[in-house]
Design a protein around this ligand. Structure first.
Ligand code: F6R
Length: 608
């Protein structure tokens, strides 16, 4: 996820900015950049790669100035490169902008600017912001007015910091749906996307709200709302240490990333919904996917579980046959490929060796490849024919959480769009589904707000010898992912079963040391599940059921029930996995493990 920092004060800005960028490194990034203001000049330097690459570039330069902005970039539009790195500048190179978030209407704005002879240098969405401010400025607006005009035209999410050569005494920053914090110092003021970037200078901070803009001067700040009315907000005192600050106040990255999901889901969904329709700027969907008579999906681990959910979703919405295989299996089969197969590969990192090998095999067999990944510039993204990026931001904890749910969101969008294209879903139903997907981020928030229930449950159950997850259809896929999460970080023996398979063998393992977690969201199959739960309780197992709010069917059979907000049964995986992730996290803590760095596991499996 990109990191922003801005400084105005007594010290040389270059050192302050580089130090604060280092404090944001934990967020993950692929390039860095700074812009420094000094006596009517604006110096911009940026570089692909680690901050040390930028430092090396700056080594023989003396860039003076006590104000400036800086950025660590996590690529979303355009691959990691010097040119795509922030800051971006306008035509005159006298206005510089750094940005977090996604400008959803950037293509339209770009065309509008190109029609006014603006020439673009990068592939980023951010560059339109720099050019728009520059455009209004050249038309005669003052800097603040130029920024305000620009903000009115932006759709999407942003945290922005802006500098202009003609205004060396100030920095402007603005936010909408992307965090920004003002740091109040003595004879110096700062702004940053995250608290750690501020802590070396101050612990007095003002959290900006959506729609707000701030002008930072060396000796004061002016905070205002979207209408330009001034706001006075007393500062908050931060008493986190630097380590807690990096994790946004959460004890571990994994817990932070579980909580990031509401926003990550919204970031993945929102740019792809235009006037109530699913629309992929990335590619011509009808041309690329329309011919598909069969879909083949391959991936590893958690991403393979996303593929399992997708199988049910594609069959449900698009009535197209789907084959799902684990990449390490697929690569050694002699798969039968058809000309009109659509081959989807899913990988958070885009670097998993088995997934890449499976993709290359499919490509060799003449298949068209659509990749779903979280990392722009990854091998998968470069080698696939088309890419759909998840907007999860970097995932640091080894156990995948937000990458999984954002993969699901991409897959649901594809399935719905394909269903619509083949007229397998009616217009009203299609629109209602899109509206339901739009509610998922706030429903995820509601689950997260009740994490203490799961924490208490985990504190009672963490030392169970065996934990089995079961469910049917979509719930079976989520059972697989839930069991993986638990075994990865708590080292508990956990397995997942299709509930109907229980009596074909696994029930022999069930005894009083077993916890059975039933994912129960497929309403038409509730009666079957109730029988399955009874079979396990009769053998002494304790039971937790994850089901819909207001659902009473399981009250007589479950020891405990965790209710999730109601959405369509077919969308339940987006929500039902969240309590299971929290359960795994809290069991790991209770067992004294470090959930961020589980034993024997690596974040990116680049070898076979
Ligand atoms: C589980 C987990 C792994 C990965 C798997 C594939 O929490 O993180 O199972 O899902 O190694 O990794 P990617 O998605 O990077 O291909």
């Amino acid at each position: 996820m990109c990191g922003i920092t801005g400084y105005i004060g007594r010290e040389e800005a270059i050192f302050v900015l580089l130090d604060s960028l280092k404090k944001l490194e934990y967020r993950g990034y692929d390039s860095t950049g700074i812009a420094i203001l000094h006596e009517g000049t604006l110096t911009v330097r940026k570089a692909k790669g680690h901050i040390t690459v930028l430092e090396e570039k700056l080594k023989n330069e003396q860039i003076r100035g006590q104000a400036g902005i800086g950025h660590t970039r996590w690529a979303t539009h355009g691959e990691p490169s010097d040119i795509n790195a922030h800051p971006h500048t306008g035509v005159s190179d006298r206005i510089a902008v750094v940005h977090n978030g996604i400008i959803e209407n950037y293509l339209r704005l770009k065309e509008w600017l190109q029609a006014r002879e603006v020439v673009f240098k990068s592939e980023t969405d951010t560059e339109v912001v720099a050019h728009l401010i520059d455009y209004y400025y050249r038309q005669g607006s003052g800097l603040l007015t130029a920024v305000q005009h620009t903000l009115k035209r932006l759709e999407g999410s942003y945290a922005l910091a802006i500098t202009a050569a003609d205004y060396p005494d100030r920095i402007i920053a603005a936010r909408k749906d992307s965090p920004l914090v003002i740091g109040l110092g003595k004879d110096e003021n700062l702004v940053a996307s995250d608290i750690p970037a501020l802590l070396a200078h101050t612990r007095e901070v003002v959290y900006m709200e959506d729609g707000e803009l701030v002008v930072l001067y060396r000796d004061h700040v002016e905070l205002m709302n979207a209408q330009g009315d001034h706001i006075v907000r007393p500062p908050s005192h931060v008493d986190w240490d630097a380590d807690a600050a990096e994790k946004g106040g959460f004890a571990h990255f994994m817990l932070k990333e579980i909580h990031d999901q509401a926003k990550a889901l919204s970031d993945t969904l929102r740019p792809r919904i235009k006037t109530g329709e699913i629309s992929f700027d990335e590619f011509d969907f009808d041309e690329f996917c329309g011919r598909a008579r069969r879909i083949v999906i391959t991936a590893c681990g958690t991403a393979w579980h996303a593929a399992m959910v997708a199988k049910y979703a594609f069959e449900h919405f698009a009535r197209i046959p789907v084959e799902v295989d684990i990449a390490s299996e697929y690569r050694y089969r002699s798969p039968v490929t058809e000309e009109n197969d659509l081959f989807i590969v899913i990988s958070q990192s885009g670097e998993t060796a088995d997934t890449l090998a499976a993709m290359r095999l499919a490509k060799k067999g003449g298949n068209r490849i659509l990749a779903i990944t979280n990392v722009v510039g990854s091998t998968l993204a470069r080698e696939a024919d088309l890419v759909l990026f998840t907007m999860a931001g970097p995932e640091i904890a080894v156990a995948s959480t937000k990458a999984f749910t954002t993969q699901l969101m991409c897959l649901y969008l594809l399935a719905l769009k394909l269903g619509k294209l083949h007229s397998r879903i009616g217009d009203a139903e299609y629109r209602a589904c899109i509206e339901d997907l739009g509610r998922i981020p706030s429903q995820a928030e509601k689950i997260l707000a009740r994490q203490d229930l799961i924490q208490r449950f985990a504190s009672r159950q963490f030392n169970k010898q065996k934990v089995f997850f079961m469910g049917r259809q979509f719930d079976y896929a989520i059972s697989l992912e839930s069991a993986l999460k638990l075994k990865e970080i708590s080292y508990t023996h956990s397995e997942a079963f299709a509930a109907g398979e229980l009596k074909h063998g696994p029930i022999a393992l069930v005894d009083k040391d077993t916890l059975v977690v039933t994912i129960a969201t497929q309403t038409v199959l509730f009666d079957k599940l109730i029988s399955n739960i009874r079979e396990t309780s009769a053998r002494g197992a304790s039971s937790l059921v994850i089901s819909w709010e207001g659902e009473t069917s399981f009250e007589s059979v479950a020891d405990e029930i965790f209710a999730i907000p109601k959405t369509r049964d077919c969308f339940s995986p987006l929500l039902s996995i969240i309590p299971a992730q929290l359960f795994a996290y809290y069991c790991s803590i209770q067992r004294g493990n470090n959930p961020d760095k589980p034993r024997n596991l690596a974040k990116s499996v680049t070898v076979e």
